[in-house]
Design a protein around this ligand. Sequence first.
Ligand code: GLA
Length: 389
Amino acid sequence: MQDALLAEFAARHGRAPQGLVRAPGRVNLIGEHTDYSEGFVLPMAIERGVWIAFAPLDRPAVELHSGTLGAEGRLDLTRLDEPPGGWLEYLRGVAGVLAAHGHLLTGWQGAVASDLPVGSGLSSSAAFELALAHVFLALEGSRLDPAALALLAQEAENRWVGVQCGIMDQLACSAGRQGSALLIDCRSLDLRPVPIPAEAVVAILDTGTRRSLHGSAYNERRAQCEAGARHFGHAVLRDVTSEEFDRRAGELDPVVRRRCRHVLAENARTLEAADALEAGDLARVGALMVQSHASLRDDFEVASPALDAMVEAALATDGCFGARMTGAGFGGCAVALVRRDAADGFCACVAERYRRATAHEPAVFVSAPAAGARVLFHESPDGGGLRLR
Ligand code: GLA
């Protein structure tokens, strides 16, 4: 992927790129629709991601093209008030947020490659935002820590792209650790790396169905959680105790009550799953994943027939500790924790089972936990050779 991208850049622009950045996608093991209530999540960055090869321009514009995405476009950095539409909205968002925070924007041209399926719940947009931010900052000659970068990317998505997402995707893609999932406290942004035990692998099960996050359903869920929290006199559900909930849940609108019940239980499951994973209790982690899926299906109502069928196929297959939908839902991917020695057979068998049960074409693959977004190389602006980070 990397070599092809460097060659693509050189062929198009007649010069070698000055730098290369990579940002991974992520898969969430458990802790779904809890981040915007300042709860707990347990995602990991994955081996698939977004790469950008880049070189500076002497004009205030960004020119992007992508062979893998079959797209190209240009953004005038002096006219950020004009929505360019499509994938350039992410570029405008990142540039807009960086400018608003006082960063110096340089023009550049870039070649983008991605092996993350778009809209599949693996955070292709967060990965793209972080890769873009790394390019702007590298050209400015500045660095930010992973959490600060994640907050900028989230702001780009919230304020400019218009999705009221929480911090999970951007932080997981930004701060990923090789070999570990991350238990994230979405209030303090504290991270606890939780290694995946050697006898297990994480399988990603793409249902082949898509539903855009831009749909109103995501923002509606968030508003319902906020309404629930307000009922208990709090700003976010993180502060509602289970005693408080049990005492006054009957007063809530039934839909809001179910949404709140999911978030409270999911936070408890996530903390328990992190401890169980650390202790190597894979059966317990699997059981918690299964409970999480049922809660997302019945109480939060963000699963779909395809996601249910995929989880069912996974649970029926040898070697599976547990499986659930992952990400925002309504389509996209499920995730399964699988015995390492059964992984190959598992992937083939689940795909076949799912294919037989639905009309969709799945993609099933294993990913190890990967490192977060980073500059892979950048020539120093004074021409002093390669700066590796
Ligand atoms: C999307 C959002 C995240 C999170 C998940 C659901 O991926 O971007 O912030 O809310 O949905 O857990």
